[in-house]
Structures are given as C-alpha cells and as structure tokens.
Design a protein around this ligand. Sequence first.
Ligand SMILES: *Cc1c(COP(=O)(O)O)cnc(C)c1O
Length: 468
Amino acid sequence: MELLIKKGKGERRQSRVSSTLKDKDKRFLWHPFTQMRDWQEEDILVIERAQGVYLEDIQGRRYLDGVSSLWCNIHGHQVPEIDRAIEDQLKKVAHSTFLGLSHAPAVELAEKLIEISPKRLTRVFYSDSGSEAVEIALKMAFQYWRHRERPEKKKFAKLTLGYHGDTLGSVSVGGMDLFHEIFSSLLFETYAIPSPYRYRWPGTRDTEKVKEESLAAMEEVLARHHKELAALVMEPLIQGAAGMIDQPTGYISRARELTKKYNLLLIFDEVATGFGRTGTMFASDQEKVSPDILTAAKGLTGGYLPLAVTLTSEEIYEAFLGNYGEKKTFFHGHTYTANPLACRAALASLELFKKKRVLERLRPKIAFLRSRLEDFYQIPIVGDIRQVGFMIGIELVRSRETQEPFDWNDKIGIRVIQKARAKGAILRPLGSVIVLMPPLVMLERELSRLLEITYQSIKEVSEEIKRC
Ligand SMILES: *Cc1c(COP(=O)(O)O)cnc(C)c1O
C-alpha cells in the first residue's frame, strides 16, 4: 500500500489495470503447455507492445526477445514494411475463402516460395500452423501411394527425438514421450530411427562414429520395412523441440539417398528451420537436398500471423489428378486457408530478406555467437552446447563428468529463465536445455547482452545448486 501511495496518479491507475488483467487471465484462461495450478501462483507477465527485438510488459519493463516469440519472429516487431503490407491488404479484403476461389496474395506468395525453396518443390498447399502442415504432408504421402497403386505403403518412419506438432497425426510421427505418452493409444504406429544425438549416443561421442552408426540404423529400418513405408519424416539439420539436437554434416544427404534407394518419400519438416534460422533460407540448402515434401510455418510471415505451407514435387501433385468421379482429390482444407493478410505479411517478410540482406548479415553474427558460447563451458552445470546458425541449445546437467541429467522436478530450465527475466530477457527452455533463438535482425551488441544475461542466469543457478 505504501508503495502505491508514493506512485503518481498514472502509475497507480496502470498498476490497477495490470492487476485486473492478471486476475482475469487467471480466472478465464487456460494456457498451452502450462500447469495452470503453478500459473495461479505466479506473478505472470503480460505483454503490451513490442518494438524491434524488445518486448514490453504492461508495467513498462523491456525485455530482449531471446526466443523470437517462440521461434517465429525474423525482422523484429513493428516492422514498418510488414505493418504497411497488412494495412494495405486490409483496405482490400481481410479474408475470403480459398476453397473454390483464389486471390493475388496467395498466388504471388506461392510463386516466391517455389523460387526460393529446394528445386524439386513446385506446388504450394496452404494451412494455418506447423502441425497442420505436417498433418497435410502425412495425408498427401499416404494418398500418393494409393494413387500409385501401392496401398500397402502406408506407414511412416521417423526419428526418435522428433517434434512435428500437437495434432494426433503430427504427434504420431513425433518422438517426445513426455508430451505425448498419455495419448499413445490414439496414435498410429510408426518405425522409429534413433536420432543422431551425439552427446548421449551409447558408447561414443565421436561425430563420425555417431553419424555412421545412426545412418546404419536408419538403413536397417528402411531396408526391413520399405515395402510398407510411405515416407520418412524428419527435421533436417537440427531437431528443435527435443532440445536442439544437431545432426552431423552429410546426415540429410544420406537420408535423401536412402529414401531414394528404398523408394519412399522424404518429408522435411522445416517449420522451425525454415526462413534463415540455420543460416540459409532452408536447412535443406546447406547440403543442396531436395525432399519430396517440405513443411514450413513459424518464420513464414516474419512472426506476424499464423500461416503454414506444405510444398510438394510435381510428381506428387500429378498423382492426384484424375476425373472428378475417380475421387483422387485431396480432401483437406481449413476455413482460413491462405488468409490474404497472412500471405501479404509473408511476402513483405521475404522482400525484407532481399532488401536487408538478412542472410548475408547473419554470417558474422553466427560466428560471433559460436565464439562467445565457448565461455559457457566455464559453468559446471553446462554439459553440451549445440548451435546451428541462430538455433542454440545449452544442455544443463547435474554432473559434467557423468552427464547425469537433471530431474524434471528440478525445474532447472524454468529457474534459469526466471532469472533471465529479472535481468531483462525472455527465454523459454526445453526441459533442462536453455534455448536461444533470437530474431535474425538482432545486432551483435544485443546478442552480446542476451548472452551475458543467459550466462549470469545459468551461473547463479549453478551456484545455488552447489550450495545445497
Ligand atoms: C513448432 C513446430 C511444429 C508445430 O508448429 P505449430 O505452428 O506450433 O503447430 C512442427 N514442426 C516443427 C519442427 C516445429 O518446430
């Protein structure tokens, strides 16, 4: 109370508004991936505005956006070019259906996407989220083999530590037991290939050995089951949500060779890795690999609006052509498919990649991050640091010698990000992996501050643990 009295009139009102908002949030809402009982106890953060690489809460505190507002922001917030593109489109039409009608923003964006994506990909199918894009990829692959008169090819191979979204199909091809165990009886059966997780590979941590052994395991699964396999689904170069598990160089090329050899489709889920996140427009570009199907979403609109795409080869597209009565149609679509505002935002974002030379400017910043991250090994609980471009995972462990992991109940990641929040950066961990995934436009000095905050936060938690 005393504190309140000392404040000015404006601040008093603001603090009242903020507590009302927080109370109402706790009364009316159910947040994703959140234990709501804990939420009730927390002093929750309510974001009011954002500018550039900063988020601002209703109390006027500013935070570095350290995870690109969940991996999707590219050019920062309130980007004049994207704002304007959406405003201009608003003056024409906010939404009209894509079922049986078309519009310029969707057509123009499709043309651009085909221009910049791996060369095999020539068709664009729109949806609204990454999960849907993957769901669509699975259904397309399944139906493709029907049309090719190979109906027995209806199963999917996947990597053990994959994440492809939260709908039942995308969960089926995911591998994160923690989130999905409870739904297991609702999921379809898949063949799992061990992810090339170097830090925890049994028997060795040598990159070449892990690569050899994990690819041998991949071939074994494909060789044994190819007759019933429709496709292999995987995140290329780095598995995001499992904890930023990077793949050895050559891994995705070999996955391409093997899927060709055993005659199944290759689906690359680039929902996280797409649009510059790994240093190239798509992760596939780094080894010049063309999958048969590619999904993208998160960064597509620069982090502005929900939009996703499933890109496919002409061969897959053509398999669905036929007489109306043959029912070869792809029976799938959503109400907001190809929303014009979202397509305009995406077009503006892609323009900015060129105009601001985003990828070119990324290179020195990626190198800067790599050199600075080395320092983190000075903290005893840092077990492994993984980086692919602007995707970074810092795995915390109880003991570096034994690699003993922290327990889920230690909430180690949460403790670190709470400290980071108090120091002015928003992060979101994946279990005991601290994730850094800044907007691509973050400048070196801002990156430096983000690293400093992260470093101090991990160090403080490390010291607390040593004490008890
Ligand atoms: C986030 C993510 C998804 C799911 O996307 P949503 O838009 O959250 O449904 C799918 N695949 C990968 C690789 C992702 O990182």
